[in-house]
Design a protein around this ligand. Structure first.
Ligand code: F6P
Length: 324
């Protein structure tokens, strides 16, 4: 009898989840497995709401943002063991050999909790935040960065017309990754992230100097996990930087859009990694990337450790001469 694999996307969606569903479904079918999707994250799973995944109905997904399976935040799953047991019972009654969970940190913890109830799980890191231990990259981060860069470039146009400083808040949960990576890529003048203290006095002086030199815009990127753009604006308004200040909170636009090349490629690599884990009977692991390699980290480890920002990015905040 064919082994039946379940796929669920959970937590905040991320561009690249649809390509992943497409690559993984076809790879599984071609390798002799049966596949079924569950709708709306662990919530749909608890209620056994299925989505048939066939070779044909995953067609056209490479260029589609979001997730056709839908997703949800489902605190009851974390809070009540009885809900987790319900999910285990659904999987067992549906004869699911292993469950592939695509999601962020919370979803990985959910998968780990299921594995403790005897469910075979494989987790694929899907989150724009790139904050999951055991992988260099998470599915969706590349597209989110492209969206942020595009937005900042556009904001710069209007900032220049009006001689303004813009404080731009980006997502990232508790991680400063999206903020610092996009700050580098857009030549921002300053960045606020949870991992590093920003010297506000030094930044204010630089902004003032830019203003006096007639530099027509300044961009400050703030990670939501550090502060809100409104808090940072309040601080800078007291510093006489010269520029008028405006705020832009990019919000959920960062989670949408057509997956870019690197997220499609990542989706393909994660799908191949999942197939490898299945063929080796490696379960209860996170499938991650380490450079050019695919690596497996036990959920027992990945759920307990916190991913830190790379030394390179941390140092960039300290030593990089933010464009003046
Ligand atoms: O984890 C992804 C993420 O987009 C975070 O960057 C953000 O803090 C959070 O999800 C927003 O969640 P929600 O869509 O539930 O408001």
């Amino acid at each position: 009898m064919k082994k039946r694999i379940g796929i669920v996307t959970s937590g905040g969606d991320a561009p690249g989840m649809n390509p992943l569903i497409r690559y993984l479904t076809r790879a599984l079918l071609e390798n002799g497995y049966d596949v079924v999707g569950f709708k709306s994250g662990f919530k749909g799973l608890a209620n056994n709401i299925q989505y048939p995944l066939t070779y044909k109905n995953v067609s056209g997904l490479l260029k589609v943002g979001g997730t056709i399976l839908g997703s949800s935040r489902y605190p009851e799953f974390k809070e009540n063991k009885s809900v987790r047991e319900k999910v285990r019972d659904v999987l067992s009654s549906e004869n699911i050999f292993a469950l592939v969970v695509v999601g962020g940190d919370g979803s990985m913890k959910g998968a780990h909790a299921l594995s403790l109830l005897g469910v075979r799980t494989i987790v694929i890191p899907g989150s724009i935040d790139n904050d999951i231990y055991g992988t260099d990259q998470t599915l969706g981060m590349h597209t989110a960065l492209s969206t942020i860069i595009d937005a900042v470039d556009k904001i710069k146009d209007t900032a220049s017309s009006h001689d303004r400083t813009f404080i731009i808040e980006v997502m990232g949960h508790r991680s400063g990754f999206l903020a610092v990576a996009s700050a580098i890529a857009t030549g921002a003048e300053g960045v606020f992230i949870p991992e590093v203290e920003t010297d506000v006095e030094e930044l204010s002086k630089r902004l003032r100097k830019r203003y006096e030199e007639g530099r027509r815009n300044s961009i400050i990127i703030v990670a939501e996990g550090k502060a809100s753009a409104y808090d940072v604006a309040k601080i800078l308004k007291e510093k006489d930087i010269g520029y008028e200040i405006r705020i832009s909170v990019l919000g959920h636009i960062q989670r949408g859009g057509i997956p870019v090349f690197h997220d499609r490629m990542l989706a393909f690599r994660f799908a191949m990694g999942t197939l490898k884990a299945l063929s080796q009977n490696t379960f209860n692991v996170l499938v991650g990337t380490k450079g050019n390699d695919i690596v497996f980290t036990p959920l027992e480890v990945a759920t307990k450790k916190r991913k830190t920002l790379s030394e390179f990015l941390i140092n960039s905040v300290y030593t990089f001469k933010w464009e003046v």
